[in-house]
Design a protein around this ligand. Sequence first.
Ligand SMILES: [Zn+2]
Length: 425
Amino acid sequence: MMIRIILPALVMFSLLVNGQNLSKKEKEIVRKVEANHQASIDLLKKSVNINSGTFNIKGVRANGDLLDPEFKKIGFETRWIDMPTEMKRAGHLFAERKGKKGKRLLLIGHLDTVFEPDSPFQSWTFADSVAYGPGANDMKGGNIIMLFALKALYESGVLDDAQIIVALHGDEENGGDPESISRKDIVEAAKRSDFALAFEGSTGFGYGTVARRGSSGWTLKTTGRRAHSSGVFNAGVGSGAIYEAARILNEFHNALQEQYLTYNPGMIVGGSTAEVGPGEGSATGKSNIVAETAVVKGDLRFISEEQKNRTREKMREIVSRHLPQTSAEIIFEDGIPSMPPTPGNYALLEQLSKTSVDMGLGEVKPWDPGKRGAGDIAYVAPYISGLDGMGSMGEGAHSLQEAIDLRTFKDLTARTAVFIYRLTR
Ligand SMILES: [Zn+2]
């Protein structure tokens, strides 16, 4: 303060020392975020206190109904997109502003949580700058950061002529089948946007999410010749179904390892008979009988479609080799696609980092692409560049201790607001 009075030439220097290198308009945007901070926490509390477990269709809708008028107030047109009844999902809230200035943005959130009405965890409790609540951090906090960043821009008069689509899914935690319907609208929105920003939980001020691994499943079935165990390895009896399963898993383990790729056999059953259900399996058999069948259920997590397809090809090839008198087949099931770490995503992160540095909030580096699980942004990753992890900071997502850190909430909202401002110039 003293320096500024003594020597005006040092004002700029002083601002940089204070860590702010923002335009007058950007400072106004930050002030609007600050002025609305308490209102943002109040709305977050209301949202958390509405149970919106994915299968609580009324609850997910109620969380959408809470946010809908807030988007309308800041000049967005909103629409509720219903899903077919047999899908048993609430649908999505989309909000849109049409314009031609700067980059066209797609902002992604979700209304549902993993906490259904029978969960013991139902309400917001505040404790020393931290609030506990179902979905507080995943991702009701992120939805509110997005909304209040936009509100600050609206109140600063800089949203006019910006093209922004907000997609709030009602089924992120358990996506409705088929995806061709439940993710149709977000794909359509992506095709007329330039960048996607997803507001899932942040990994801290210093890290941004440029990639998320996708997930998919596989089932391996092997068969062998039932015979007395004393004949195993004979030309006519062969090795049996369990040795064949073991051979295949061992070759998977040794031959497929590469960066960002994991494949885990999560359940195996085998014997004279073997059956698997969604989370259980059963088998019959005896130690003195050569196994006739074995079933293995596993997952496959990957960083790109290319990696997924290449790995599946290698797995099929390993499966097809067969020990004597056995046979095997593997079936793959698609889950959530991946968001690969593209140059476009890194370039966008670079811009976020510049904004962050200009605000005195430090550099933003890419979070390890292998460390982040599947998310909705992956559905639009084939079409546009994007970043995830734009949401709130906290811990214990999906647990009964899920918490949001309210000390960082204002700064994350302000940084998002200035970032969106710069992208939409
Ligand atoms: Zn989430």
